[in-house]
Write a protein that binds this ligand. Structure first.
Ligand SMILES: [Mg+2]
Length: 290
């Protein structure tokens, strides 16, 4: 795990679940069909688990979703994605022949409307791509150059320097805050290289300005609560499958559900033990692909 990943994910855990018990013991190595037999509901991460950059699909991703569908399992895509609307994510999944229905997609961006019920924002400076603006519309937040409170909503990674500079200017005011719609710190690419993403940018803004950060998405509990509420069976038969220890697995541990970590994407097999020790959270299982 890279140093910024460790520091930021540890901070998430301290914020979201300060009393979470440290993991003990090693996870079991299993094949996907073992999980298929033993669980009724599957929460699946998207990026790094099923797909990656430019429409890249990981081996057997389509077949695994089809197997879950044929076995009448409940499935949900639980994604820290806020740069594409749920409709667009659904379209992307259909183009990749990944069989999800729209109501089975729970994106961190769509939690902004829920978060804003308590925050009560009317406007904010928006730092993200055009496709993520729909989440602001749903939350009834207007994107403006001069927000009435020093608040920035961050969703994207392809940001112009002028936009970042304007955000820093706004956040240099007292009581500033950033609503972060994707807590991921790094994302894996098909080549194995990891790229810094929104959680990394949020931390940079905090270091530069001292702003407060509020998060939507994994590992924070709300996205899991919404997913679990949408499932009929009890949470004993639910498993989260993802590639990131600090979001997918940590979030599952906080939510009190089982998890399986897909190795070789965001976590190298050779670094697994160190990473588990570092964050103090462990999946129940590890998978070497589907
Ligand atoms: Mg992922």
């Amino acid at each position: 795990m890279l140093a910024p990943e460790s520091a930021i994910y540890k901070h998430y855990l301290e914020t979201a679940a300060p009393n979470l018990q440290k993991a003990k013991g090693d996870p079991y190595k299993v094949e996907f069909d073992v999980l298929l037999r033993h669980y009724g509901s599957f929460l699946l991460d998207g990026w790094g688990t099923l797909y990656s950059d430019n429409g890249f699909l990981y081996p057997k991703a389509q077949e695994s979703i089809a197997m879950l569908r044929n076995a009448n399992k409940n499935i949900r895509l639980i994604t820290n994605s806020a740069s594409r609307s749920v409709e667009q994510i659904h379209g992307d999944l259909q183009a990749l022949e990944l069989d999800f229905e729209k109501h089975e997609i729970i994106s961190s961006g769509s939690l902004l409307a829920v978060l804003n019920e308590s925050v009560g924002l009317k406007d904010a400076y928006y730092l993200g791509g055009p496709n993520g603006r729909q989440f602001l519309d749903e939350a009834k937040i207007e994107a403006v150059e001069n927000p009435s409170e020093p608040t920035v909503i961050l969703s994207g990674i392809h940001l112009a320097q002028a936009e970042i500079d304007r955000a820093i200017e706004i956040l240099s005011n007292k009581d500033s805050r950033v609503l972060v719609l994707n807590p991921d710190v790094y994302a894996p690419t098909p080549t194995g290289e990891k790229i810094p993403v929104t959680g990394y940018i949020a931390n940079m803004l905090k270091e530069k300005t001292g702003c407060q950060l509020l998060f939507c998405g994994k590992p924070f509990p709300l996205i899991f609560q919404i997913a679990l509420r949408s499932l009929i069976p009890s949470k004993e038969s639910v498993i989260m499958i993802g590639d990131t220890l600090g979001t997918d697995v940590a979030g599952a541990c906080i939510a009190g559900i089982d998890s399986a970590l897909m190795l070789g994407r965001n976590v190298k097999e050779s670094e697994l033990r160190d990473d588990i020790y570092e964050l103090g959270v462990s999946p129940n299982y590890v998978l070497n692909g589907f």
